[in-house]
Structure formats: C-alpha cells, structure tokens
Design a protein around this ligand. Structure first.
Ligand SMILES: Nc1ncnc2c1ncn2[C@@H]1O[C@H](COP(=O)(O)OP(=O)(O)OP(=O)(O)O)[C@@H](O)[C@H]1O
Ligand SMILES: O=P(O)(O)OC[C@H]1O[C@H](OP(=O)(O)OP(=O)(O)O)[C@H](O)[C@@H]1O
Length: 214
C-alpha cells in the first residue's frame, strides 16, 4: 500500500506557484486549492495531505515530523535553521535579501540600528562584515523604519524593487538570492523514500522543462 505524505505548504505568495508546479508534475489537486480557507486539504486519490501554514513556520512542521515534506523560501531556511534536508531548488518565487536605506546616509558609527523580519540572517551578515549592529525585529512594513528614524538600515526582501523605489530608499548591498525549496523531514526521508523519490523526480522534470521554456 502506498504511503501517505503530508506536505506543509506556505500560504501567500509562494502558494499559487507551488500548486501550479505540483499540477504540472501530474498531481491532481482539486479546485479547493484555488479558493478555500481550509487549513488541511486531503487528496486521497494521490495519498496526499496538505497543511497550509505561515511561510516562516513551514520548516517547523517539517522538523517536528508532522509534515513529511514542505515548501519554504530560502530566506526562511536561513532564518530558521531547522533540522530538515533541502531536496530541491524549485526555482519559484525568486527574490533576494538586501541591505537598504535612505540615500546619502552613513550608518551611525556606534551600533547602527538594523530593522528586519530576519534577525538571525541580518546578525550573521553584519557579523561576517565585522560590523557591530543593533538588530530591531519587525514583522512587516520594514521600509517604514528608516523613513521615520527607527533604524539606519533595513535587511529585507526585494523582488521588483518597487517598494524601495516608491519609498525613496536605495539598496546598499545584496545579501543572498532566494528561491523556494522542497524540504523533507530526515526520518520521513528514510521511511518513505519511494514516495518521496517519486515526488522529487516529477518535480525535477518540471524544473527542467521550465528551464527549456525560459
Ligand atoms: N516580494 C516578496 N516579498 C516577500 N516575500 C517574497 C517576495 N517574493 C517572493 N517571496 C517569497 O515569499 C515568501 C513570503 O511569502 P508571503 O509574503 O506570502 O508571506 P509572509 O512573509 O508570511 O507575509 P505576511 O506576513 O504578510 O503574511 C518569502 O519567504 C519569500 O521566499
Ligand atoms: O521589491 P518588491 O516587489 O516591492 O517586494 C518587496 C516587498 O514585498 C515584501 O513585503 P510584503 O508585501 O510581504 O509586506 P510586508 O511589509 O507586510 O511584509 C517585502 O518585505 C518588501 O517590502
């Protein structure tokens, strides 16, 4: 009998692209995936259970083994450092993490303030640069911080660059490119290897096809 797989999906931006990718891989996902508030969606025909989580929480569900697989941005993986394996770069939801701020401004000499949703990534980055900073954790609208004097710089996601531009901010440094990853619980990887290999193979084919199209 086929093993069931539980997959932690990130709600929000990545979700639509991830669903499209799974469908391209031949998994038949019902219309509930296009318009529903359900947090658990079972697809018995495919022996899949999907749970819909906050993007930052996906690696937590996978680490604790309540989900076998998950889809998470590399930003989340770097920030959370959970005990999971990364199986595939799905090459969707591309963006990057950058240091940004108001133009023509020096960072405060003594412990400049950095506002971010990614305190661990930001701290590691400035440590590597040999710069002592004070990290201020925010949960959104990060671009506000330098505009109203809360921080000297921000570390945040840039995609089109529109949010920075419309708020009169500029990028100072790129930190790392981000795409979404397929992740797995280490125990599930051993116990359900046949099913997981099938998912990986089918998604790999889609990634390869997409490369040809681009
Ligand atoms: N422009 C972007 N801004 C933020 N995240 C992006 C962007 N483009 C791609 N991503 C990816 O999408 C993920 C975040 O998705 P989303 O913004 O839906 O969730 P969220 O950060 O939890 O948002 P919210 O807190 O507003 O619900 C990130 O982890 C990142 O990998
Ligand atoms: O370069 P862009 O295409 O403008 O995208 C980047 C913006 O999108 C994200 O914010 P989001 O919309 O998730 O809102 P938030 O500030 O509440 O996190 C991110 O934090 C940036 O603010």
């Amino acid at each position: 009998m086929k093993d069931w797989l539980t997959v932690a999906m990130p709600k929000g931006r990545i979700f639509t692209e991830a669903v499209e990718m799974l469908r391209m891989a031949g998994f038949e996902l019902p219309p509930e995936f296009d318009d529903s508030r359900k947090l658990i969606i079972d697809v018995p025909e495919e022996c899949f259970r999907f749970i819909l989580a906050k993007p930052m929480d996906v690696p937590t569900y996978v680490e604790y083994g309540v989900a076998d697989l998950g889809i998470a941005g590399k930003d989340v993986m770097l920030e959370e450092e959970r005990d999971v394996y990364e199986l595939l770069d799905l090459q969707i939801s591309a963006c990057y993490l950058a240091v940004a701020g108001l133009p023509h401004t020096q960072m405060n000499d003594v412990a400049p303030k950095i506002a971010t949703k990614y305190p661990n990534v930001a701290a590691a980055y400035f440590r590597e640069q040999g710069e002592q900073v004070e990290i201020i954790k925010l949960n959104g609208s990060i671009e506000l911080a330098p505009l109203i004097g809360l921080a000297d710089r921000i570390v945040d996601i840039v995609s089109t660059g529109r949010t920075l531009k419309e708020n009169g901010l500029i990028e100072y440094e790129d930190i790392v490119n981000i795409t979404s990853r397929l992740i797995v619980n280490p125990v599930s990887y051993r116990m359900k290897d046949a099913r997981i290999s099938d998912v990986v193979e089918r998604l790999t084919e889609v990634i390869e096809q997409e490369k040809v199209v681009k």
